[in-house]
Write a protein that binds this ligand. Structure first.
Ligand code: NAD
Length: 465
């Protein structure tokens, strides 16, 4: 009798155990304890866009779509670039498109054609005399506009974040691969002066092997929520969980860690606080009782070669502006926010380059004068070319102009762009992947390989000249 009962109990346990299935989402399943989001096959007729070059375009003809707070600054900056024609200005609201004519007039450039309405961008994209569509609309419209533009033979540059879901990242990758058009995200923070100098130092081995990198978007948007057209930004945060604005933090870290240029992101795990201030805002401004995006989000990423990244997002609480930007190397350290500085082993100082550097305390930041010498000695070649003009033209202290300059320079010379469509997808997909992790008790989530196996073919990031 005892044995019989034991056998029945075992049978029950087996049946129950068998019924207990791994969790599964609409677009993901679990493999070896890691959530894996579906990855589509490369379609027929598509080609890898790694190191992609088109024929040089000596005069780049541009159409701008989205002329709210961000877009007009781009139009203005483009009037300072050589070899550019501004052909078209488009915004949902006609007065916004028209208002940008003033930059062209001030620069002595011919007036551009104007387009408006939610679908005005289609006419702009259908024109034969435009090479590049520069998109600075809200996040909800980036992908549709970019796909339409590429389908009509245009290269596209899309404001950050270019896409908010993994599916949309794949759509942009696939469309770019099929149409053989550049699809670049306008991630400006990778061109900031400290970040680009640190990238140069990292590429020259000054920090030894960089093992860990940190980045963030911590910016209290309280004074700005009311200014976004039709309340798009609060609505997006209200309805989307996860790190919805990851690319300013990710971009500079991924460049230093050679993501898809020798290494790749393997998986991430993410944790979010509840929403307190976001919810309060949404109640006041939208009458909403729910808010998907947590007030503070931390995401950790592991790379194939055993490195790590930490990225934070917080646009809701009173804090000083902070993109963190921290590099931890085997031989040195860099930090930008809240205090910028370097820590280096004495062995890392190139005495031919910096003969006057005194013996360094390897437990603290290098003295200010040594920091200044390092920043000067390792100034990135791009900054050597364009820093003065960039600072004059401006745009977040100059980095926006450096970005536009590089985009146009590479198009004019038929060079691969600094940021390719795989950077775009890798830096953007974190939004949805972090949300999936939050919804599953911070379970690890695999980061898709948008290069489809080619992540190790290119060694290191090159800014082509
Ligand atoms: N890289 C940076 O530092 C930085 C800084 C600010 C904003 N941004 C990005 O720039 C983009 C725009 O942000 P913003 O602050 O200017 O917002 P905004 O609301 O001020 O501007 C968005 C504009 O897009 C227009 N628009 C919406 N739908 C359109 C459509 N179908 N066709 C044409 N125009 C349309 C709106 O009318 C509005 O004028 C966002 O992606 C944002 O994240 C980037």
């Amino acid at each position: 009798m005892k044995n019989k009962l034991f056998a029945i109990a075992l049978l029950f346990a087996a049946v129950l155990g068998g019924c207990k299935q791994a969790p599964k989402g609409e677009n993901w399943h679990v493999e070896d304890g890691v959530i894996v989001v579906d990855e589509p096959q490369r379609g027929a007729g598509q080609q890898s866009m790694l190191e992609f070059r088109t024929d040089p375009i000596p005069v780049v003809r541009v159409g701008f779509v989205g002329l709210g707070m961000r877009g007009p600054g781009a139009v203005s900056r483009f009037t300072h670039l050589e070899g550019v024609e501004i052909k078209a200005l488009c915004d949902k609201y006609a007065d916004r498109a028209h208002a940008c004519q003033r930059y062209l007039e001030a620069a002595g450039m011919p007036a551009a054609d104007e387009y408006s309405g939610e679908e005005g961008y289609k006419q702009l994209c259908e024109r034969e005399d435009i090479d590049l569509v520069y998109i600075a609309t809200n996040w909800q419209t980036h992908v549709d506009i970019a796909l339409y533009a590429m389908e009509h033979g245009k290269h596209v540059a899309i404001e950050v974040p270019a896409a908010g879901t993994v599916e949309d990242c794949w759509k942009l990758v696939d469309c770019s691969e099929r149409t053989k058009r550049h699809c670049m995200m306008l991630e400006n923070c990778v061109y900031d002066f400290f970040e680009l100098t640190c990238l140069n130092m990292a590429q020259k081995g000054v920090f030894g092997e960089v093992l860990h990198a940190e980045g963030a978007y911590i910016h209290n948007l309280e004074p700005f929520w009311a200014d976004y057209a039709d309340n798009w930004r609060l609505e997006y945060n209200q309805s989307h969980a996860g790190d919805v604005y990851p690319t300013h933090g990710f971009g500079p870290c991924c460049e230093v860690l050679n993501i898809h240029r020798g290494d790749k992101m393997e998986y991430l795990t993410s944790m979010s606080t509840k929403s307190v201030n976001g919810l309060k805002l949404a109640k006041e401004r939208m009458g909403s009782e729910t808010f998907a995006c947590g007030d503070h989000i931390v995401t950790l990423i592991a790379t194939k070669s055993g490195k790590s990244m930490e990225i934070q997002h917080n646009v809701f609480t009173p804090r000083p502006y902070n993109r963190m930007y921290q590099l931890t190397g085997t031989e040195g350290f860099a930090n930008k926010y809240p205090v910028s500085g370097f820590t280096l082993r004495n062995s890392q100082i190139d005495r031919n380059l910096l003969p006057d550097v005194p013996t360094l305390d390897e437990h603290g930041f290098v003295p200010d004068e040594v920091k200044a010498q390092l920043l000067q000695a390792y100034k990135h070649p791009i900054h050597q070319q364009i820093e003065e003009k960039a600072k004059q033209v401006g745009g977040h202290g100059g980095m926006d102009f450096v970005m536009d300059y590089r985009l146009i320079y590479c198009l004019q010379h038929g060079l691969p762009l600094d940021q390719d469509v795989y950077d775009l997808a890798e830096w953007c997909c974190v939004s949805e992947l972090s949300a999936i992790s939050h919804a599953n008790k911070s379970m690890p989530v695999k980061v898709p390989d948008f290069t489809r196996g080619d992540w190790d073919k290119v060694k290191g990031l090159t800014f082509y000249e």
